[in-house]
Design a protein around this ligand. Structure first.
Ligand SMILES: Cc1ncc(COP(=O)(O)O)c(C=O)c1O
Length: 476
């Protein structure tokens, strides 16, 4: 139902001026809050820009900017000639009540860390800590160390890294530091996958996707993927059959095949998303590990459409043990994500973030080229070893990443993977990466190990394979 201007100004947006941040963001945040509180629902029309601007006593440009943010975040739809409407698609999930301590932490964050914070009953700094080796990492650190979106230095370093190395101009305010991609995906799934919503992915797919969605009431729909990534035609057909799905993509290197999405497929997928009202979630964890000589990092979908939600991680390029990843999201969604995060995690670890900031700042093209050259050699070594010792396996050389996908002449690789573990080599069986039951015959092998470890691993895999084929022959 449409409400009049007075209702919007006095009820739905009441108190907008007291919110933090620039005016357009305060207005956008108030609209988000009205939607979250059920005051404004699907199809409701927002007041025209000019009348709302007059009523709120701001410039029209401020309201236009607020509406642009809301559009990018998928909260509203702007229909040429008709107006701006609360989106008729499942967008965000309901926000649970925020952990009150986190509300206070966010207040500090919104004030730019300037206020004296008496709200948290934890030590106010690091000066009292016992003197142990390694504490120099915290030199200069002040305050209680609770930064719900991450320490400002790391948010800035990630924003710069995305801009400089992943072709995705980003501002620090868009970045939320997480404990890796797995945490980022789970958080995003909580925010956008309401019960009944479908997530479309190419299959085989990222092994962590199903786990991130578990318990949300959404469902995963696998569509074919090949050496060029997710099949955009198949994604279009799938998206046409479900209301406003979520489209999951890994443009710069798909797990587990290492496929890099071509420009035309990226464009086609964006088109699919726009036509079907899909939210796009893209994982850039492998985006600058393209091993094809001279290849540039692919342009992320988010660089062409600000509504795309991006997740990423340092696990692939630096070290998984850092447990540092991020979400880069449209601004209004950031607040929603932080409220959701507060239910189970107040803030990421400061020492890990300081180390991550330093490491990220040390990453340059020279270092990345060296990393890619080393990975290329290891990939080629593993390919050669598999060809020599396991010729029955089919392997497409991966274009990107740290792993390859081998197809075995069996229907299900699970038993083989168990046997291989008994021979001392652990591999990810196909079922880990499959949501359509058609890729249970694969295994994913990492080639990130050193050459002598890869040689030993293939010896073990080959011995286990011989055992397995003997067992299979005996059972026929
Ligand atoms: C596609 C993809 N993204 C991200 C990760 C890393 O996840 P995390 O950042 O949680 O360590 C992996 C790990 O294998 C992966 O395959």
């Amino acid at each position: 139902m449409d409400q009049n201007l007075g209702w919007w100004v006095r009820v739905a947006l009441d108190g907008w001026r007291d919110r933090p941040g620039p005016r357009y963001r305060r207005i956008a945040a108030s609209v988000v809050s009205a939607v979250e509180r059920g005051l404004a629902t699907t199809g409701d029309r927002l007041p025209p820009e000019r009348s709302l601007a007059d009523a709120l006593r701001v410039s029209r440009g401020t309201v236009v900017r607020a509406f642009e943010e809301l559009t990018a975040a998928g909260v509203v739809n702007r229909v040429q000639g008709s107006g701006t409407f609360v989106r008729a698609t499942p967008g965000w999930t309901d926000t649970p009540k925020e952990n009150p301590a986190s509300t206070l932490l966010r207040r500090q964050m919104d004030l730019g860390g300037e206020a004296i914070d008496l709200s948290q009953a934890v030590p106010a700094g690091v000066d009292h800590l016992p003197a142990v080796a390694g504490l120099d990492l915290l030199a200069g650190v002040t305050g209680h160390g609770l930064h719900p979106a991450g320490i400002p230095e790391l948010r800035t370093a990630i924003a710069e890294y995305l801009g400089e190395h992943l072709r995705l101009p980003t501002v620090p305010e868009q970045v939320i530091v997480t404990s890796g991609v797995q945490h980022a995906l789970a958080l995003v799934a909580t925010a956008v996958v309401a019960a009944g919503r479908t997530v479309i992915t190419g299959c085989p797919t990222h092994g962590g996707l199903a786990g991130a969605l578990a318990g949300r009431g959404g469902r995963i729909l696998g569509v074919p993927a090949d050496e060029l990534g997710i099949d955009a035609h198949a994604a279009r057909h799938a998206a046409a059959h479900v209301p406003a799905p979520v489209l999951y993509v890994e443009p710069g290197g798909s797990d587990p095949t290492g496929a890099v999405l071509s420009r035309s497929r990226r464009q086609a997928l964006l088109h699919v998303a726009r036509r079907s009202g899909a939210s796009v979630v893209e994982n850039l964890a492998q985006a600058n590990l393209d091993l094809r000589p001279g290849a540039e990092a692919v342009v992320p979908l988010a660089a062409e459409d600000e509504s795309v939600i991006v997740v990423g991680s340092l696990s692939k390029v630096l070290w998984a043990g850092l447990r540092v990843g991020w979400v880069r999201s449209p601004a209004p969604l950031c607040g929603h994500l932080l409220r959701l995060r507060s239910a189970h995690d107040r803030a990421p670890s400061v020492p890990a973030q300081i180390l991550a900031t330093r490491l990220l700042r040390a990453v340059d093209d020279r270092w990345l080229n060296g990393l890619r050259a080393a990975l290329r050699e290891r990939r080629d070594l593993l390919l050669a070893l598999l060809q020599r010792h396991l010729p029955a396996w089919h392997v497409e050389p991966p274009a990107s990443g740290l792993a390859l996908w081998a197809t075995l002449p069996v229907t299900d690789s699970e038993t083989y993977a168990h046997l291989a573990a008994r021979y001392g080599a652990i591999v990810a069986p196909g079922a880990t990466h499959c949501v359509d039951r058609r890729h249970h015959n694969g295994v994913r092998l990492s080639f990130a190990e050193s050459p002598h470890v890869l040689e030993a691993a293939v010896d073990r895999l080959a011995a286990a394979w011989e055992h397995h084929t003997r067992d299979l022959a005996a059972s026929r």
